[in-house]
Design a protein around this ligand. Structure first.
Ligand SMILES: [Zn+2]
Length: 395
């Protein structure tokens, strides 16, 4: 009897402990939904649902639409109008939401539709980081882990089985990046493009190894002093990364133990070294344009390079006064792979010799892939690129 009572006490204790554990988990977060801007600067959206669709507006009016019906959303008289053939199904001044138990195909061209998970919001007059002419923005709203299947597939999806640890590191930082941006903006959280945030091409582009890596790290993010780290990353650092805005995004030598004497992890990348040749006069004219000078003259430019990171801070030249053009502005206008470059004048041309691809902040994807092939775990890869961060499971 006494034995049975002890067993009973043990069961109570286990039950209580589990309850505490569950309470701790739920007091953190559940898997959030993310709002990804997938189309912007458009005035017509083409839509087809592979299952039936429910369309609703901000006045709670709803319409059910049969599978495979071809819909169009346009703007007329300051409202969004949802059309089935020429029939008006729904109208709203701000937003129309489409939901389905299956996928929804949308696009800016009739013959080029992309499949997205289950919930689409079509919004009017959203504020963007850049100038847009046309009024509509399309936002895909979906669970974060499903979004990550797409992001990791786009960013590193063609990686091989022996590179899975790099994919896991990519999954963790893509998740941290997204969570750091959650609910910061009114209309959406981030862009589905590598140019502004992270590449995401909907439900169509998902690779098996990428999905495995996302599942293996479900809910894991990087933290720095209780904050979710804003884990920027890039394709190839060219041997050393550069400094970002936060202490954990500091410049490192991308080699074992950050050693200057060892070969960088990304040295085998096709983007490790690059070279481009430009017409010297055309280069000077570009610099004048960037400096805001409307007339042309000859000058000798000087590159000011950050000694630690190797990146071009700015280019300076003297005319009526001293002018400066930032390395990042030069990179964008000349379509250079990075600001990690030097210049050399050879007769009438300019040779630009550079290293790496991307902004150079945070994880170097080609370095991470090489680390994985050499047996490093995703935890070691993350520690290598993000100074003093900790892995945390938030759901
Ligand atoms: Zn690198």
């Amino acid at each position: 009897m006494r034995y049975l009572f002890l067993v009973f006490l043990m069961i109570v204790e286990i039950f209580c402990c589990r309850r505490v554990e569950i309470r701790v988990n739920t007091s953190q977060t559940e898997e959030p939904e993310i709002r990804v801007a997938v189309l912007w600067d458009i005035d017509t959206v083409y839509i087809v649902g592979d299952s039936s669709l429910i369309a609703s507006n901000t006045l709670q009016k709803t319409r059910r639409i049969k599978p495979n019906a071809f819909l169009t959303a346009v703007v007329k008289a300051d409202s969004i109008i949802l059309l089935l053939a020429h029939e008006r199904l729904l109208t709203d001044k701000q937003e129309i939401i489409l939901q389905s138990s299956g996928n929804i195909k949308i696009g800016r061209y009739v013959n080029k539709l992309t499949s997205y998970y289950s919930k689409i919001s079509i919004k009017k007059d959203v504020v963007h980081r850049f100038f847009v002419r046309k009024p509509l923005t399309v936002v895909n709203i979906l669970p974060l882990e499903k979004y990550l299947y797409g992001v990791v597939s786009c960013e590193l999806g063609t990686a091989q089985e022996n590179e899975i640890e790099a994919l896991k590191a990519q999954a963790v930082i893509a998740r941290s990046y997204a969570v750091a941006l959650l609910k910061k903006k009114k209309d959406f959280d981030l862009y589905g493009s590598f140019q502004y945030d992270q590449e995401y091409q909907g439900a169509e582009r998902e690779y098996r190894t990428a999905k495995l890596a996302v599942d293996a790290t479900c809910g894991e993010v990087l933290r720095y002093a209780q904050e979710i780290a804003f884990t920027q990353y890039h394709a190839c650092c060219g041997g050393k990364t550069t400094n970002g805005r936060y202490p954990y995004l500091r410049s490192i030598i991308d080699s074992p133990k950050h050693s200057k004497t060892q070969t960088p992890f990304c040295a085998g990348s096709p983007y490790y070294n690059w070279k481009v040749k430009l017409d010297y006069r055309a280069f000077l004219d570009t610099v004048l344009f960037l400096a805001g000078i409307g007339y042309k003259f000859y000058f000798i430019p000087e590159l000011i390079v950050d000694k630690k990171t190797g990146r071009v801070n700015y280019l300076k030249f003297t005319a009526d006064k001293e002018y400066k053009v930032s390395g990042e502005a030069l990179r964008k206008v000349l379509n250079l792979r990075s600001t990690f470059f030097s210049i050399k004048k050879i007769k009438d041309s300019l040779e630009i010799t550079g290293k790496g691809w991307g902004h150079g902040i945070g994880l170097c994807q080609h370095g991470a892939l090489a680390m994985a092939r050499r047996g490093y775990s995703y935890r070691e890869i993350l520690r290598h690129y993000y100074y003093n961060t900790k892995l945390a499971k938030i759901y």
